[in-house]
Design a protein around this ligand. Structure first.
Ligand SMILES: C[S@@+](CC[C@H](N)C(=O)[O-])C[C@H]1O[C@@H](n2cnc3c(N)ncnc32)[C@H](O)[C@@H]1O
Length: 207
């Protein structure tokens, strides 16, 4: 796995990582230059939450996944400005990224305000499916967490239902103090929207 540099001015390594070998799994030690618990922000947007979490937790490594170039650039810029050694961003599809992560390597996945696709004919574009939960389960360490937040009650109820039928997860209590609200969380909170949260804990291997 080759990790290339993209205009990164500190000696920490590049904030945007490019995988030239997509057969995986990712060489996390090569990416971060150390071995530390990994947390992954799925659909990290402009990187506000990713950076706040990485600043607040220097003993953890953070990976943001985002498909939109402009948002990846914003996230990279924030990582650079904060001179973070423990945050990286990858431009690509969440499903590919999760597939490329080594099994049992992720302590926490964050899924903050996934695209809602509220129209029935677009439901099949929604990220959270049985298959998605399975691949998240594979990548999580034992007892690892998937933390979900959304303003969409209908999507939330469907995720709850999928989780209830997923033998590898239990619902966990939300004890974490979030380092900062994400950009969309701020936007929805300002608009007075209710925010629904779910924390799933990996409890057993699924075969
Ligand atoms: C509603 S925004 C939320 C952004 C951020 N998590 C926040 O809370 O501020 C959803 C983000 O996920 C990204 N996204 C959605 N589906 C994706 C996918 N399949 N692969 C990669 N990124 C995705 C979108 O481009 C967008 O930036």
């Amino acid at each position: 796995m080759i990790v290339e540099s993209k205009e990164f001015s500190t000696n920490a390594g590049p904030p945007e990582i490019i995988f030239t070998d997509e057969s995986g799994p990712l060489d996390l030690r090569a990416i971060y230059g150390r071995s530390a618990p990994l947390q992954v922000d799925l659909g990290c947007g402009d990187g506000s939450f990713l950076v706040a979490a990485a600043v607040a937790n220097p003993d953890r490594d953070f990976l943001g996944i985002e498909r939109l170039l402009g948002r990846v650039r914003n996230a990279s810029r924030k990582i650079e400005l904060s001179k973070l050694l423990n945050a990286r961003v990858w431009r690509g599809a969440i499903s590919d990224a999760v597939r490329l992560l080594p099994p049992n390597s992720v302590e926490v996945f964050y899924l903050m305000f996934p695209d809602p696709w509220p129209k029935r004919r677009h439901f099949r574009r929604r990220l959270v499916t049985e298959k998605f939960l399975f691949s998240i389960h594979q990548a999580l360490v034992s007892q690892g967490l998937l933390r979900i937040a959304t303003d969409q009650i209908d999507y939330f109820r469907k995720i709850e239902l999928l989780a209830a039928h997923s033998p590898g997860f239990i619902t966990a209590s939300d004890e974490q103090i979030q380092p900062a609200p994400s950009t969309f969380e701020k936007r929805f909170s300002r608009a007075g929207a209710e925010i629904y949260r779910l924390v799933l804990r990996k409890i057993s291997p699924v075969t």
